[in-house]
Design a protein around this ligand. Structure first.
Ligand code: NAI
Length: 700
């Protein structure tokens, strides 16, 4: 049983006990109703207190039961709340620390609520593409007023209990306790008092629910919310549901809430957001690295190279309060690196996002050096020097000499073999890839590259550290490009073939952006620098001569059009501006190129463009899963959602493919394989994909 029942004098206390956040799983729900029945039947009990053990009142639905029949089994949350309301003895919720989602709905079903300050109160269902489904949209406006409640429901963001308690006229909390430690005791005292007084028990459902401006307010709210929530249906439905609370009888409003909740449950957007929620949690779990694997302590970090990446990487640790020592070859490079970091922080101060004293504090954690000896106390050293194996070799040999035993040695390489890098040291178990994305202080994604010999404790440490610096850390095996760039290469190749066959860069970009990518492949190339891909293709020419590319990108680079940094790339750019202007010169270059190849251009539909680009990701993703570079499809999705601007509401390439249906995806790939201008071998569905498609299964 995950809810305990105990009688304190004449007050029964039901304590939810389902760590970590007292999720309202089936056993917990059953425990509450059984406790209520006991209290009801015991003449010596005069009142009931419901509270949560440990670090939460309740965080809401039990995510372990997501999608399982248990989630809906009776007593479901609605039935539990009805049982609370029907109890003829006063029921008091003793709320502390976390009171969210179903936890808040449960509390709203109690007759009274006593809360500790510092409690995070929220209805976060909208973040999963849903609306609250157990009365939240009907009861919260009745105790907080329509506007406050609607803001909370539409944003899903937590609000502190003391702030809510200070709102004039609020009926959410009947009493504020002194602290989380005393809330239970105070709630028991409160319960005794109200039991002694007798009289009718108050129910939130009986309170009125109105907005003084009525429909005019809701029209305004819909305009605001609609404008901000493009591609996501749930926020607008939150407004509808709260409006229903103001217009319908309580039970009719509840029925309306249920109807909308159920309909949203079946939307692809909610499926994608729920997948993202689960995949994000699952990403930190590595199949063969148990959760209790001991971690190394990381108190100081060394960063080698103060260039684009080194600076951004350092900021992550400074932000988390971890001292950083940056090493370079020349003082000028260090000065430049420090100045850039400072400039970035100052820009944040200017925008009001950072206080000056925080800036000073962060900069005080940063020190610099030209000598490797100064890195001997660092617990973690991250290398971000030039992308050349020879340079990496020098650096890692030096690190092997100076780093203290047990220090983790990480490389930010984006393409080089981490096993080889590890072999430059006598401690390959301590070597790992930490592949940050640019700008490293902004981008959420961190690919943790696991070498053949990387220690499990090193992995566990780096994954935990990733969380500490607020990254989404995903483990990748060693291969060319790791998860993200290995897949993007296939996507870029398709973008090139599309140009050869008749598309323009702007058509491709527009189609993909309409699908929801933050940026199409050509605008992306101009932003990142087209020379990066050029260098990779040159290397490939010797390493993987079988890989076929459109020559257009090389021709672009031969013209010196590297992108925004050279003022021209796939597009033209006006001086100092970032707006991509279609380029006549590039168009002519592509036309000329087609002529050389003897291609008669054809009209290509936006649908084909999107399918070829996205399914290219999917097929390579399937190979990546199959060869073990990624351990789960959800990891691949996290890489694309947090590092490559894949539309959130589509849940990542692998989830999207599963939604389209792998059978259809595989059939489309086989059709693409017949296109003589494309790469027939690539379009053979990866064996894993073909097998799942044949069995009618999905990647999950
Ligand atoms: P960068 O050229 O901006 O910075 C490299 C810095 O390393 C320079 O300041 C240079 O003086 C310094 N350096 C070179 N050799 C050194 C040595 N032996 N000892 C100390 N310092 C040395 O390059 P960037 O873009 O920061 O890239 C660094 C690494 O990060 C590369 O491995 C790159 O592949 C990787 N990376 C780059 C990304 C990007 O978008 N720029 C994204 C992810 C990874």
């Amino acid at each position: 049983m995950t809810a305990e029942y105990k009688v304190h004098g004449d007050v029964a206390v039901i304590t939810l006990n389902n760590p970590p956040v007292n999720g309202l799983g089936h056993a917990t729900r059953l425990g509450i109703t059984e406790g209520l029945a006991k209290a009801q039947a015991d003449a010596a009990v005069k009142a009931v207190v419901v509270t949560g053990a440990g670090k939460a009142f309740s965080g809401g639905a039990d995510i372990k039961e997501f999608g399982s029949p248990k989630a809906l089994a009776e007593p479901n949350l609605l039935s539990v709340i009805l049982a609370l309301e029907a109890t003829t003895k006063p029921v008091v919720a003793a709320i502390h620390t976390v009171c969210m989602g179903g936890g808040l709905e449960l509390a709203l079903g109690c007759h009274y609520r006593v809360a500790a300050p510092g409690t995070n109160v929220a209805l976060p269902e909208v973040k999963l593409g849903l609306i609250p489904g157990a009365g939240g949209t009907q009861r919260l406006p009745r105790v907080l007023g329509v506007e406050t409640a609607l803001n909370m429901i539409v944003s899903g963001e937590p609000v502190k209990s003391e702030l809510l308690a200070s709102l004039p006229g609020q009926k959410l909390f009947d009493k504020m306790a002194a602290s989380a430690e005393t809330v239970l005791e105070e709630a028991i005292g409160f319960a005794k008092d109200v039991a002694g007084k007798g009289g009718d028990l108050p129910l939130v459902r009986n309170l009125p629910c109105k907005h003084p401006q009525g429909d005019a307010y809701f029209r305004f709210a819909k305009n605001m919310v609609g404008g901000m929530s493009k591609n996501f249906p749930a926020p607008l439905k939150c407004v509808d549901a709260v409006q229903a609370a103001t217009k319908m009888k309580f039970d009719d409003g509840m029925a309306e809430e249920r109807r909308v909740f159920t309909a949203l449950m079946f939307t692809p957007e909610s499926a994608a957001l729920r997948h993202l929620f689960m995949a994000e949690r699952a990403a930190s779990k590595i199949p063969d690295v148990p959760e209790d694997t001991p971690k190394r302590e990381i108190k100081t970090v060394g960063v080698i190279g103060a260039g684009t990446m080194g600076g951004g990487i350092s900021m992550n640790f400074l932000n988390a309060g971890i001292p950083v020592k940056m090493l370079e070859m020349k003082q000028e490079a260090l000065d430049r690196g420090v100045a850039t970091i400072k400039k970035n922080y100052e820009a944040q101060v200017k925008k009001g996002k950072l206080k000056q004293d925080k800036l000073d504090q962060r900069m005080s954690l940063l020190s610099t050096t030209l000598s490797y000896d100064d890195l001997k106390d660092c617990d973690l050293i991250i290398e971000a020097v030039f992308e050349e194996m020879g340079v990496k070799e020098q650096v890692f040999k030096k690190l092997d000499e100076v780093a203290k035993p047990g220090a983790i040695l990480a490389s930010n390489t984006s393409t080089l073999d981490v096993n080889k890098i590890a072999s430059f040291t006598k401690r390959p178990q301590d070597v790992v890839g930490m592949h940050f994305f640019s700008p490293a202080n902004v981008m959420k994604l961190l690919e943790v590259v696991r070498g053949e010999k990387t220690g499990k404790d090193v992995l566990a440490t780096v994954m935990a550290l990733g969380k500490k610096i607020k990254k989404t850390a995903v483990v990748s095996g060693v291969c060319d490009g790791f998860i993200g760039n290995r897949m993007i290469e296939q996507y870029s190749r398709q973008a090139g073939f599309l140009l050869d066959e008749g598309a323009t860069p702007q058509q491709v970009d527009k189609a993909v952006e309409k699908f929801g990518f933050a940026m199409g492949p050509f605008r992306m190339g101009d932003l990142a620098g087209n020379d990066i891909g050029w260098a990779i293709r040159k290397r490939r020419a010797t390493e993987r001569a079988d890989m076929k590319y459109s020559r257009t990108a090389d021709k672009l680079c031969e013209l010196g059009r590297f992108g925004q940094k050279t003022g021209a790339g796939w597009y033209d750019y006006a001086a100092g501006k970032r707006d991509a202007i279609p380029s006549k010169l590039v168009e002519d270059m592509i036309v000329e190129h087609r002529k050389e190849l003897g291609i008669t251009p054809r009209k290509i539909s936006d649908e084909e463009i999107v399918q070829r680009l996205v399914f290219a990701l999917v097929n390579e993703g399937a190979h990546i899963l199959e060869d073990g570079t990624a351990s789960k499809a959800g990891d691949i999705d996290m890489v694309y959602l947090t590092g490559y601007g894949f539309p959130i509401w589509r849940g990542g390439p692998m989830h999207y493919a599963s939604q389209v249906g792998l059978y259809n995806v595989a059939a489309t790939m086989r059709r693409f394989a017949l296109n003589p201008r494309d790469d027939a071998a690539f379009w053979q569905p990866a064996p894993l994909l073909a097998r799942l498609a044949a069995e009618g299964k999905s990647f999950s």
